[in-house]
Design a protein around this ligand. Structure first.
Ligand SMILES: [Zn+2]
Length: 138
C-alpha cells in the first residue's frame, strides 16, 4: 500500500455513480477536479479508469486536485467565423496530464511552460474544467 499519494483524499463520490467517468463527472458537478491514485504503486491516474495503467492494480482511490498546472503543449484553433481558442495539454501538480481549454488570455499568447490554474466552465449544462493564467505567477 502506497502511503504518499498525490492530492487530497476524496470519498468514493457524492452520488450513486460507480463507473469511473460518472464519479469524475459527479465531482465536477460540485466544482471538484478529481483524479485517481493507485493504492499499490502510488501513481496518479487520469483519465478515470477501473484499473491502474501503471501496475494493473484495482485499488484506485479518488483524490482532489489542487488545480495547479503547467502548459505542456498548446495549439490555437481558428474556427471559420468564430473566435480563436486554445486547446492545451497541461501537467497537473499531482502528476497527471489532461487536455483542456485555456481561457482568460488570447489563444496565441499561451506558451509552453505557462503556469495555469483551474476554473470551471458552466456555460453548458455540464461543468467542464478549463484553465486560465496563474495570476500569482505574473
Ligand atoms: Zn498502480
Amino acid at each position: 500500500m502506497a502511503t504518499d499519494l498525490p492530492g487530497a483524499a476524496l470519498d468514493t463520490g457524492p452520488g450513486a455513480a460507480t463507473a469511473p467517468h460518472a464519479v469524475y463527472q459527479s465531482w465536477l458537478d460540485r466544482e471538484v477536479l478529481a483524479f485517481q491514485a493507485c493504492g499499490a504503486c502510488g501513481n496518479a491516474v487520469f483519465p478515470p479508469r477501473s484499473r491502474c495503467p501503471h501496475c494493473g492494480g484495482p485499488e484506485l482511490g479518488w483524490r482532489r486536485s489542487s488545480g495547479r498546472a503547467v502548459v505542456y503543449s498548446a495549439t490555437t484553433i481558428e474556427p471559420r467565423g468564430g473566435e480563436p481558442y486554445c486547446v492545451a495539454l497541461v501537467d497537473l501538480a499531482e502528476g497527471y496530464r489532461m487536455m483542456t481549454d485555456i481561457v482568460g488570455v488570447p489563444a496565441s499568447d499561451v506558451r509552453i511552460g505557462d503556469r495555469v490554474t483551474l476554473r470551471f466552465d458552466q456555460s453548458d449544462d455540464t461543468v467542464i474544467p478549463v484553465f486560465g493564467p496563474d495570476e500569482e505567477a505574473r
